[in-house]
Design a protein around this ligand. Structure first.
Ligand SMILES: Nc1ncnc2c1ncn2[C@@H]1O[C@H](COP(=O)(O)OP(=O)(O)OP(=O)(O)O)[C@@H](O)[C@H]1O
Length: 311
């Protein structure tokens, strides 16, 4: 369990993390989303005792990190990619970590096998591909068999096989009852991986809950309608607008309707004697919800404009 209470970090006049309170529960993968500069890394650093909060607390398994007797046995983290020295073998890297943290040496082959690196234990970390290096960093995080795992952008730069492996491995760790907290910019990946989501913007909490709830809260339901291009669809658009619906016409035979339930759209079409070819509720994506939730919180508005221009 990870508990943040009123967690705040100021750098001079800049508030990087602003009164953040949340609980990250065991047995689930909780995704940590936010635009650049939202405060994700600062939050993770405070949890790991690498940065001191200006106010508030971050508790890991009920205690601040600094008060943990054997921190690696409580929380494992992947904050910087390629943490191992390139000349060290995977085995030697983990053994050094185990020794300096009072962890039995037998854990080293165990975690190497768990991440699928057992056969290359004697190879130098510098010869590893990005995917293998990522597995080694995850093995290091698992060394103390911790109940809490913290991962900052764990699939950054990985190929599809690597992404799939990380996703299923994290799922198995959550299924063992561990608390898995991971940040990512890849919203589509979060939608597939996370059970719960915490969204922040400008250091403040914007949403916290199951993925489906966050999507529902961040988007408006839309109804897609297709009908006869000439006459019918325009008539229906007028009727819908008169009922207070927000209507756009993405194609000559198509309407996108919000603010009116799907059933009402069907009834209005019937009353207006407009034949419909299609009437369906459009499933909003996490991406859409995220853009809406964070639209007021991006640090560099130009960056968001650039990002969306290509969509
Ligand atoms: N050491 C520091 N000194 C001053 N300002 C800092 C420092 N570290 C972070 N900040 C600022 O705090 C804010 C939050 O930064 P942080 O790196 O936590 O965001 P993030 O959500 O991890 O962003 P990204 O996704 O870009 O890594 C930013 O405005 C950043 O410029």
């Amino acid at each position: 369990m990870l508990t943040l209470r009123g967690l705040t970090k100021k750098y001079g006049a800049k508030t990087a993390v602003d009164d953040l309170s949340l609980e990250v529960v065991p047995g689930r993968i909780t995704g940590f989303l936010g635009p650049n500069g939202a405060g994700k890394s600062t939050t993770m650093r405070m949890i790991m005792g690498l940065d001191r909060p200006t106010r508030g607390t971050a508790l890991v398994g009920g205690k601040p990190y600094a008060e943990l007797t054997h921190p690696l046995r409580v929380v494992g983290a992947l904050l910087d990619a390629r943490a191992a020295h390139p000349r060290r073998t995977a085995h030697a890297h983990l053994l050094a970590m185990a020794r300096s943290n009072g962890i039995p040496a037998r854990r080293v082959p165990e975690v190497l096998d768990a991440v699928g690196l057992g056969e290359v234990a004697g190879s130098r970390a510098g010869s590893f591909s990005l995917g293998m290096a990522q597995r080694l960093d995850i093995a290091a995080a698992l060394l103390g068999d911790p109940e809490v795992l913290l991962l900052d952008e764990p699939v950054n730069g990985l190929d599809p096989d690597g992404v799939l492996w990380v996703r299923s491995f994290l799922r198995s760790l959550a299924a063992e009852g561990r608390t898995v907290f991971l940040s990512s910019h890849l919203m589509s990946e979060m939608e597939l991986t996370a059970d719960r989501l915490v969204v922040i913007g400008r250091g403040r909490l914007l949403a916290d809950g199951p993925v489906a709830d966050v999507v529902a809260a961040g988007t408006r339901r839309t109804v897609r309608v297709r009908g006869p291009e000439h006459g019918g669809i325009a008539l229906l658009a007028d009727r819908l607008t008169a009922q207070g619906a927000e209507v756009t016409r993405p194609a000559p035979d198509e309407l996108s309707v919000s603010g009116v339930p799907l059933e009402r759209v069907g009834d209005l079409a019937h009353e207006a004697r407009v034949h419909l070819y299609e009437l369906r509720a459009v499933q909003a994506s996490l991406e859409e919800a995220y853009m809406r939730l964070t639209s007021q919180s991006v640090e560099y508005a130009q960056r968001r404009t650039d990002e969306t221009a290509g969509v």
